[in-house]
Design a protein around this ligand. Structure first.
Ligand code: ATP
Length: 453
């Protein structure tokens, strides 16, 4: 079987992101800051949509998972207990000729990839960002920016258990920023020093952990497929014994075929009882669960699906990107984004700027924006405006023309097929709602008709 090729090269994604306002370099007017990025007007919408879709699947739609928003700065002992102070490090090597630094385990040979020079012996480099709490910079007040959101969940296990009366199995979900002083960053937003994670810790009875682990690997893979990622661009990779983190009993990566090749999108780990035992030991609290079936205190095992918001956004953009020849022999660039993730759901485009049509179209826009993220665009030809919306992945455009003023009907154009229907304004909102939820374009509302097949 031949391996699939990446859908698009990274330059095109970076260029589209910048051109259309998805993602800009951080502190752009000062020349940018290495590996830090700002999400622009469209990027922020798409990011919110990804987080919302995750929250819906992980918290809102389920009885067994609750949410949490823990602080980024945590008690320094958290990182002693978790093993991050002792072990959260990567092997750093430096080239003796050009002095560039590399992660030793990323290198295929023992030579500097930039100049072929000789490298120093690897030194362990801790990836946590340090900062100081309070005005005196002494070691007593050293705190860390969290390198993962998970620890905020473990240390709140007792609080959540006591306030929600959840019974095993149950989970705690959290979305938030994490910081890692990565040695090598790059590939756009794939690996950055500041990023956002979506993590869920699922507490289960020991002995049932393998089944729940399998369940979550399947659930999480399906989440990406349901939101439009092509299954052939996803693979499951099982870590072997040597690759497993010190706390993990088993781990799968969900890899995506990014422009630079297969790379981790999300990790799912069976963390056993490592975290609760460590925090119980260091905090001297009993982090156990009273099992009414056996009348015993037990330490639950934990299954953890851990995803990156930024990496997901990159994967969704890459998978959605397409260039197609159009009827005029030009190239149509479009993003086949799932409607749930598209930053703008509908664009209202008056055929002309003539006042009566503008007032009429504005009213439609004002009505629609109450329910959907919508845009109003009356600049340049209608063809160009369709292209602009295609390029940012807007699933539907609504066009009003002079006939609309007479018959109170507008056309709806579908992004992927460019087909159109004409519907009465009275049914417009419901029709768009149904189409965004996946209904076929040619299922017509009362009084509607096919316009352009
Ligand atoms: P990698 O091996 O790529 O460094 P990891 O195995 O250290 O990743 P985890 O600690 O499992 O990553 O983090 C869970 C998820 O958080 C990753 O799958 C990824 O989506 C995201 N993530 C981790 N580090 C970064 C980073 N530096 N930039 C962006 N996202 C990240």
């Amino acid at each position: 079987m031949t391996e699939p090729a990446p859908n698009v090269d990274m330059d095109r994604i970076v260029s589209l992101s910048r051109r259309r306002g998805f993602i800009f370099p951080s502190s752009d007017i000062y020349g940018g800051l290495s590996s830090c990025w700002d999400y622009g007007p469209l990027g922020v919408e798409m990011k919110r949509n990804i987080k919302q879709a995750w929250w819906q699947a992980m918290v809102q739609d389920r009885d067994d998972i609750v949410g949490l928003d823990a602080s980024i700065l945590m008690h320094p002992q958290v990182w002693e207990a978790s093993g991050h102070i002792a072990g959260f490090s990567d092997p750093l090597v430096e080239c003796k000729s050009c002095h560039l630094r590399w992660r030793a385990d990323d290198l295929a040979t023992g030579k500097c990839p930039a100049c072929g020079g000789e490298l120093t012996e690897p030194q362990q480099f801790n990836l946590m960002f340090k900062t100081f709490m309070g005005p005196v910079e002494d070691s007593a007040s050293t705190v860390y920016l969290r390198p993962e959101t998970a620890q905020g969940i473990f240390v709140n296990f007792e609080n959540v258990l006591g306030t929600t009366r959840k019974r095993l199995p149950f989970g705690i979900a959290q979305i938030g920023k994490a910081f890692r002083n990565e040695i090598t960053t790059g590939n756009f937003i794939f690996r950055t020093r500041e990023f956002e994670q979506m993590e869920m810790e699922y507490f289960v009875r020991p002995g049932t952990d393998q089944d729940w682990f399998d369940y979550w690997v399947e659930e999480r893979r399906n989440w990406y497929v349901d939101l439009g990622i092509r299954p052939e661009n996803l693979e499951l990779y099982r870590h072997n014994e040597e690759e497993l983190a010190h706390y993990a009993r088993a781990c799968y990566d969900i890899n995506y075929l990014f422009p630079m090749g297969w790379a981790e999108l999300e990790g799912i780990a069976n963390r056993g009882d490592f975290d609760l035992i460590q925090h119980a030991r260091h905090s001297r609290k009993s982090l156990t669960y009273f099992d009414e079936e056996t009348r015993q205190n037990i330490v639950p095992y934990i299954i953890e699906p851990s995803a990156g918001v930024d990496r997901s956004l990159l994967a969704f953009l890459c998978d959605a990107y397409a260039e197609e020849p159009d009827e005029q022999g030009e190239t149509r660039v479009l993003l086949h984004l799932h409607p749930t993730l598209a930053p703008v759901k509908v664009a209202v485009l008056p055929l002309s700027r003539k006042e009566n049509l503008a007032v009429f179209s504005r009213e439609i826009y004002d009505d629609l924006r109450r329910c959907f993220m919508a845009q109003y665009d009356d600049a340049q030809s209608i063809g160009r405006r369709y292209r602009r919306q295609d390029e940012i992945g807007t699933p539907f455009c609504v066009t009003a023309d002079f006939e609309s003023l007479e018959d109170n009907m507008v056309t709806i154009r579908e992004r992927d097929t460019m087909k159109q229907i004409r519907v009465p304004i009275a049914g417009l909102m419901n029709t768009l709602q149904a189409k965004l939820a996946g209904e076929d374009l040619f299922v017509l509302p009362e009084g509607g008709k096919v316009w352009k097949e």
